[in-house]
Write a protein that binds this ligand. Structure first.
Ligand code: ADP
Ligand code: MG
Length: 934
């Protein structure tokens, strides 16, 4: 059997359950995306585990991957643990237990129990197996034995001492134990679901095997842990006792998390296993001698994404934990002996080493007892033998030591308890701190809320203030109004009083008037009476009058009653009748008088007429006599005239015949004349229309020409300017050219002089050389006899030398000048050439411009000629044409010599085209159009 220790990571498996009914109904999203066997992408982040089980994985598949090997390992003497971590209803219990008696749906625990016994039956016959199972839960950090009917709480820290251990011999028995435990758990609590989410349940299988022959013992423990729900307290919304509970679960889970974090960070020395009971129990499973598998159970729903993420993170951390696993081998007596001997030998070596002669001060080695002491460490503990000290002591001492050891153990337990207490305290304090922080946060939130409320109230207050202000203003306005009204009322009351006074006055006045009225009424009745009397009198008189007048029809009421109005009316009637009667009588009188007058007059008139008629008759008789005489005369004359008339009528008939003939002829002539006239007229009208059209065209043409002319004038001006400019430039250039020529000549002269100079210099040099050679020859031939001659010669030589020097200097200077001039010369020549080129180019441009102008002029002239021709052809006999043609010829002249009109002010017309237009207008008789066009 393998003895070697091996390091292995915690195996982390991730399992996603399917969406449950309520999640589907709610329409939650299915978030995880499965990639390969070991990766899941959740919320955009990918998490890698040893294996990821998608939702459709069967219980069997899960078991085969996760637990099968562990069973073998446990049977080989290793420890093993399987955790299920996750939030409530994420499938922890489903994974660990499943439906216990359904072969398809059963979870890991029932499958393991079956598997173990199958393995055992297949193993060596010489092996003896002792299998014990325990089942307990940790609730509120207290261990509860689920196999005890009273549900005992294990008081001991080390649960193994207190919890029931059941020996089992078959998988059925294991299942019975599980059932029993579950039943007990159900009895103890009212709501199993809630309870299971707040407690950890641990199922422990302890397998011991012993080889019958070799007495070799192996032991393996398998913890199967269904952890409490990992959800946050905040999400469950727990309060009071429930909150405490939740905090406790959180605490133990956070303790588990802390342990895992510490292990993941690799600090094995300070792992806080003691923070909770569970971590202490599972100490070996986490970072100890254990093959550990952790199930990360997750919900796929978007509703639980936060919890799922934290679960996945937890799993990632757990993945990094490394456990050192070794076989739990119980040594037989023989094996112990061998081991001891080996240990002893190495120990003696060490002692010998310590007692080397050089080290006398070394402490004395304690006496070695004959029998070996029992190994202090428990067989299952991972303590190494190499580090234990083996001391040989006497029996008494041994007992003493053992007692001491027991004491120490107790102390250790006490200390453990104390530490536990302290750590619990610390946890409590931490929790309190957390609570306080939460409280702080909540109170902060509250204060923010209050602040916001306050600000809201302030705002409201302000608005209320504004309202109050408005109301006050309105009230003030009302008060002002009220004052005004009261003033008005006062005024009105004063007025009222005045009016009442006036009224009283008026009343008194009225009374007076009434009195007066009664008085007047009395008076009036009196007067009426009197009037009636008078009227009666009058009536009587009138009655009498009527009798006198003689009209008996009018009858008067004989007695007049007292009613005065009636009397009046009757009287009036009466009077009017009388009046009309009188009037008619008077009229009749007058008419009769008039008739009498007329009769008189008519009689007189008839008398007069009668006398005149007598006279007239006499006259007419005389007249008749004379007329008869005249008649006779006239008869005679008439006869004569009739004769002459006859003759004349004959003559007339003759003449009439003649006149008729001539008239006919004349009519014919007239008709022919008229026709000819009308034809001529139509023709003339057409012609006129045509002419007018032509005239219009011509005027248009003329205008165009005029515009062109103006343009040409402008061009001409421009060209003249250009020419002027160019000529000036040419002048300048010629001047420059001249200067250049001069400078060239100067240069030539200079060169010549320089050459001459050079020549003379050359000659001088020659002379000098000759002179020098002759002198040298002389001096060679005749030695200088006197010092004076020698000196003068020397002087001369020096003079010549200095001369020569000067000359060479001059020569050099001249040569330099010459070189400079030579350098200058090509530059000047270049400039000259350039200016000459420019002059040429300008001249060419000028020529071109002139040619262009000439062309334009020519073109214009041709156009004018054409117009002239057209006009001449159209109106050959017009009276005004000669003048016009004169003008046009003048215009032509002007055209031929365009400069002349500028210099010659005595032109026949001020402007030739204008003149032409004038003439055209005269010929058509339409001056206004032309003026407009102009
Ligand atoms: P937990 O123990 O984490 O609170 P459970 O194991 O009780 O959750 O699971 C809650 C519900 O979901 C149960 O009805 C269970 O049958 C179901 N369930 C969990 N995991 C799966 C799965 N992988 N396939 C089918 N149903 C599952
Ligand atoms: Mg559960």
């Amino acid at each position: 059997m393998a003895d070697a220790d091996a390091e292995c990571n915690i195996k982390v498996l991730c399992r996603f359950r399917p969406l449950n009914k309520s999640e589907i109904i709610r329409g939650d999203k299915f978030i995880p995306i499965f990639q390969g066997e070991d990766t899941v992408i959740f919320g955009g982040k990918s998490y890698v585990f040893d294996q990821v089980f998608p939702t459709n994985t069967t219980q069997e598949q899960v078991y085969n991957v996760s637990a099968k090997e562990i069973v073998k390992d446990v049977l080989r003497g290793y420890n093993g643990t399987i955790f299920a971590y996750g939030q409530t209803s994420s499938g922890k219990t489903h994974t660990m237990e499943g439906s216990l008696h359904d072969p398809k749906g059963m979870g890991i625990i029932p499958r393991i129990s079956g598997d173990i016994f199958e393995h055992i039956f297949a193993m060596d016959e010489n092996l003896e197996f002792h299998i014990k199972v325990s089942y307990f839960e940790i609730y509120m950090d207290k261990i509860r034995d689920l196999l005890d009917a009273q549900i005992n709480e294990c008081t001991c820290v080390s649960f193994t001492k207190g919890c029931t251990e059941r020996f089992v011999t078959s998988s059925e028995e294991v299942m019975d134990v599980i059932d029993e435990g579950k039943a007990n758990r159900h009895v103890a609590v009212t709501n199993m679901n809630e309870h299971s989410s707040r407690s950890h349940s641990i199922f422990l299988i302890n397998i011991k095997q012993e080889h019958v022959e070799t007495e070799q013992k192996l032991c393996g423990k398998l913890y199967l842990v269904d952890l409490a729900g990992s959800e946050k307290v905040s999400k469950t919304g727990a309060e009071g006792a429930l909150l405490d509970e939740a905090k406790n679960i959180n605490k133990s889970l956070s303790a588990l998390g802390n342990v895992i974090s510490a292990l993941a960070e690799g600090r094995k020395s300070h792992v806080p296993y003691r923070d909770s009971k569970m971590t202490r129990i599972l100490q070996d499973s986490l970072g100890g001698n254990c093959r550990t598998t952790m199930f990360i159970c997750c919900s796929p729903s978007s509703y639980n994404d936060v919890e799922t993420k934290s679960t996945l993170m937890f799993g990632q951390r757990a993945k990094t934990i490394r456990n050192t696993v070794s076989v739990n081998l119980e040594l037989t007596a023989e094996q112990w002996k061998k081991k001891y001997e080996k240990e002893k030998l190495t120990r003696e070596d060490v002692v010998l080493e310590h007692l080397t002669p050089g080290s006398k001060d070394a402490p004395p080695v304690p006496a070695v007892p004959e029998e070996p002491l029992l190994d202090i460490c428990s067989p299952c503990s991972p303590c190494s033998l190499a580090s234990s000290v083996v001391v040989h002591i006497s029996k008494e001492e041994r007992q003493k030591y053992e007692e001491e050891i027991r004491k120490l153990y107790k102390q250790l337990d006490d200390k453990d308890d104390e530490i536990n207490h302290q750590s619990q305290m610390v946890e409590k304090l931490k929790e309190q701190m957390l609570d306080q922080e939460e409280l702080l946060a909540s109170s902060r939130g509250d204060s923010e809320k209050v602040q916001s409320e306050l600000s809201r109230l302030q705002k409201e207050n302000e608005s209320a203030k504004a309202e109050v202000k408005e109301v006050l203003q309105a009230l003030e306005e009302l008060a002002v109004n009220y004052d005004q009204r009261s003033l008005e009322v006062e005024e009105k009351s004063v007025q009222n009083k005045l009016l009442a006074e006036e009224l009283a006055k008026k009343m008194t006045h009225l009374l007076a008037l009434e009195v007066e009225l009664s008085h007047i009424q009395e008076l009036s009745s009196h007067q009426r009476k009197r009037i009636a009397e008078i009227l009666n009198g009058m009536m009587k008189d009138l009655g009498e009058f009527s009798t006198i007048v003689g009209n008996r029809d009018i009858k008067l009421p004989m007695e007049i009653t007292g009613v005065i109005e009636e009397e009046f009316t009757v009287a009036r009637l009466y009077i009017s009748k009388i009046k009309s009667e009188v009037k008619s009588m008077v009229k009749r009188c007058r008419h009769l008088e008039n008739l009498q007058m007329e009769c008189h007059r008519k009689m007189e008139e008839t008398g007069r007429e009668l006398s005149s008629c007598h006279l007239l008759i006499a006259q007419h008789e005389a007249k008749i006599r004379s007329l008869v005489e005249y008649m006779q005369n006239v008869e005679l004359k008439k006869r004569n005239l009739e004769d002459s008339y006859d003759s004349l009528s004959e003559e007339l008939a003759k003449l009439q015949a003649q006149v008729h003939i001539t008239y006919m002829a004349l009519e014919q002539q007239m008709e022919s004349h008229q026709e000819a006239h009308s034809k001529q007229l139509g023709h003339l009208r057409d012609e006129i229309n045509e002419k007018q059209k032509i005239i219009g065209e011509l005027t248009d043409c003329n205008q165009k020409q005029q515009l062109e002319l103006e343009q040409l004038h402008l061009d001409f001006e421009r060209l003249r300017m250009q020419e002027h400019h160019k000529s000036r430039q040419v002048e300048e250039l010629t001047f420059l050219h001249e200067r250049h020529e001069q400078s060239k000549q100067d240069l030539k002269g200079l060169e010549e002089t320089v050459a001459r100079e050079l020549h003379s210099l050359h000659n001088l040099r020659k002379l000098f050389v000759r002179d020098l050679s002759t002198r040298v020859r002389k001096s060679a031939g005749l030695e200088p006899d006197d010092s004076g001659g020698y000196i003068t010669q020397r002087q001369k030589i020096s003079f010549l030398e200095s001369n020569l020097e000067q000359l060479t200097k001059v020569h050099k200077q001249l040569v330099r000048d010459n070189a400079d001039l030579r350098c200058e010369l090509p530059k000047l020549e270049k400039r000259l050439r350039y200016t000459a080129d420019r002059v040429k180019a300008l001249e060419g441009a000028l020529k071109e411009a002139k040619e262009g102008a000439m062309k334009d002029r020519h073109h214009y002239q041709q156009e004018v000629e054409r117009i002239k021709d057209v006009m001449r052809a159209r109106n050959p006999f017009r009276r005004s044409w000669p003048a016009c043609s004169e003008v046009i010829s003048g215009f032509g002249l002007f055209q031929i010599n365009p400069y002349e009109h500028l210099s010659n002010p005595h032109q026949p017309s001020h402007s030739a085209p204008a003149c032409l237009l004038m003439h055209l207008s005269l010929s058509t008789g339409n001056t206004t159009d032309i003026n407009d066009n102009r």
